[in-house]
Design a protein around this ligand. Structure first.
Ligand SMILES: CC(C)(COP(=O)(O)OP(=O)(O)OC[C@H]1O[C@@H](n2cnc3c(N)ncnc32)[C@H](O)[C@@H]1OP(=O)(O)O)[C@@H](O)C(=O)NCCC(=O)NCCS
Length: 187
């Protein structure tokens, strides 16, 4: 399978029950920490507010290091007719750099029952023009050294190893860089 049927969609009420089911099954949309129980509680308390919060561009967010100011970004859900996962982009306007607490420009997670269909590879391919359109000349994506699937996703999209980063707790993250082609000028 090559992921051709996959679309990126803004978080929406239509797919919210499937997002909720994924959380209830223990899937975490945050790859740095297990956020499923916390998100499930917030979603069930106030679904409208929860949805608005997912796409909010100000305020703070929970992270492995505690609450941090929210960076500008985009979040999309992966949709093949059903909810499949998410991909997000964060960046600092006018800069290619990121603060230390942000683990790369792009993060993604596919629900376990939709994996190995090319969806993460396709989602990243669809996100790269979005990153270019917000002004980035390249993106950095980090992944755990032993995350073979994510390494393949990045390699499939032209990622080159740019470095290694020691993480608190002794883990090593690989840092990959993907150069973003300039937009093609209309004829
Ligand atoms: C990493 C992840 C997003 C991959 O999603 P996916 O939709 O299954 O990825 P794809 O189908 O596009 O597969 C990409 C490649 O990885 C390979 N792959 C998928 N799962 C794999 C696994 N468990 N072990 C080894 N290779 C794997 C695929 O065969 C494919 O290889 P190919 O390009 O050589 O054919 C998914 O496993 C996931 O959500 N993991 C948990 C969250 C996570 O790690 N996110 C990334 C943080 S950096």
């Amino acid at each position: 399978m090559n992921g051709d049927r996959l679309r990126l969609r803004l978080p929406c009420r239509e797919l919210l029950p499937q997002y909720e089911a994924a959380l209830a099954a223990g899937w975490s949309p945050d790859t740095e920490r297990d956020a499923s129980a916390e998100q499930l509680a917030r979603l069930r308390r106030d679904p409208v507010e929860f949805l608005a919060d997912l796409t909010r561009r100000d305020g703070s967010i929970g992270s492995a290091a505690g609450a941090m100011p929210r960076l500008p970004g985009r979040v999309f859900w992966l949709d093949d007719g059903e909810f499949c996962g998410l991909i997000n982009l964060r960046y600092m306007p006018g800069s290619e750099l990121l603060p230390d607490h942000a683990s790369g420009h792009i993060g993604y997670a596919v629900v376990p029952w939709k994996r190995r269909r090319g969806y993460a590879t396709r989602a990243l391919a669809l996100m790269l023009p979005v990153a270019r359109d917000v002004g980035l000349g390249h993106v950095e994506i980090t992944c755990d050294e032993d995350n073979d699937a994510s390494r393949r996703v990045i390699a499939n999209n032209g990622g080159m190893l740019a470095g290694r980063r020691a993480e608190p707790g002794g883990k090593t993250k690989l840092v990959f860089r993907i150069a973003l082609a300039p937009p093609v000028a209309p004829p």
